[in-house]
Design a protein around this ligand. Sequence first.
Ligand code: FES
Ligand SMILES: [Fe+2]
Length: 437
Amino acid sequence: MTESENQLLTRVGPGTLMGKLMRQYWIPVLQSSDLPEPDGAPRRVRLLCENLVAFRNSAGKIGLVDQVCPHRCASLFFGRNEENGLRCLYHGWKFDVDGKCVDVPNEPPGSKFNEQIKITAYPCVEKNGIVWTYLGPQRDNPPPLPELGWALVAPQRRGALRYQRACNWLQAMEGDFDSSHLSFLHLAVDPKSQDTAAEKKAGIDYYRNIARMDKQPLLEVQDTDVGVMYGARRDAADGKFYWRVTQFLLPFYTSVPSYGGKNRDKIWVPLDDEHTMVWEPHWSSTRELSEDEQKGWKDRVAPSGFLPDTEDALGKHRFAANAENDYLLDRARQKNFNFSGLENTTPIQDGAMQESMGAICDRTQEHLGASDAAIVRMRRRLINAAKELYKNQVPPGVENPALYHKHGDQFLLGEKDSWAEHYAAKMKLDYAALVSR
Ligand code: FES
Ligand SMILES: [Fe+2]
């Protein structure tokens, strides 16, 4: 990959090509519970390299506005959230959720000065406990929300776990689109330490054993109408193939095969070029999750836990095992217990590898092999989608929310069966039930 392609793929600030692509799509920015009450505390938000403030006004509506007050540039984070607007502490200028300046109390009576003033405000929509925002050009007439499975279900059917990764969004997302590392990074040295009774019951140990035995799956990669998918084929017993189907959906969604009646999706929201908010909205279309499940898939949070949250825009959902402490790497654990020597939770293991590449991975240094075919295709799809913006093309999925009716899956098939056909038929059934509800 050339340096300029790497720049194109990774930079998401205003004016960059990838930034423009992402701004064509709605972006999940907060959970409703992050702004629990009308006139509650505003919150700093960093999103695609922009510094913003989110607040819920007296009527319960969410505003997402530029952090800088247009009077003399004080931060609106400190503002008073009152009577349907955010009032700057410095001289009292007040802005509503649409960015309109509704009061300029330090100007002479009768002044119409405020009518000339507006701050950037991005439209927000709250649905099923998710706050979406649209940073794009059609702010007065934004496209429909994407019909991702997790977004279609009530919050009680979905996991709420989020964690921050201190690296570029793309290398983080690529980790989830990489079936090959499962046979290494996440494996136990002693299988008994990993295959818990619950996992056995859910059938995961069966699949995991196949993955452990066969470290070179055959990848069949295909473009879809909204991204890329691949089937990773491994040999199973009785002449059958074990297929894992993984999805990448533009611009930053992935979905991996799951078990236990829940789907495993991830969202890789770029806060800026060097920080990513990872969401794990694992979800069920058929049942409410238990309170524990809603906190996140079991064992996703390491024993070391999280750092205390701060009010900084980058100060939330940070793991305690991080670059500063080498992710609590333990060499004895590496010898005797698991392959990585890290705490036995995949977000820590993935995070250590992805952040160790540097804040923005220098892809000119890579040597890609056959096992990286899916990642290569994903990058190509992103580059092409971004470049097509030049031709004024609407990016895939923006105006067709039903294209998002896809999630990761795994199954055993006979030698002659088509995994892609089997998969498509299954998704059609799954989402017909979900959308009709
Ligand atoms: S700087 Fe905000 S009102 Fe003056
Ligand atoms: Fe992983």
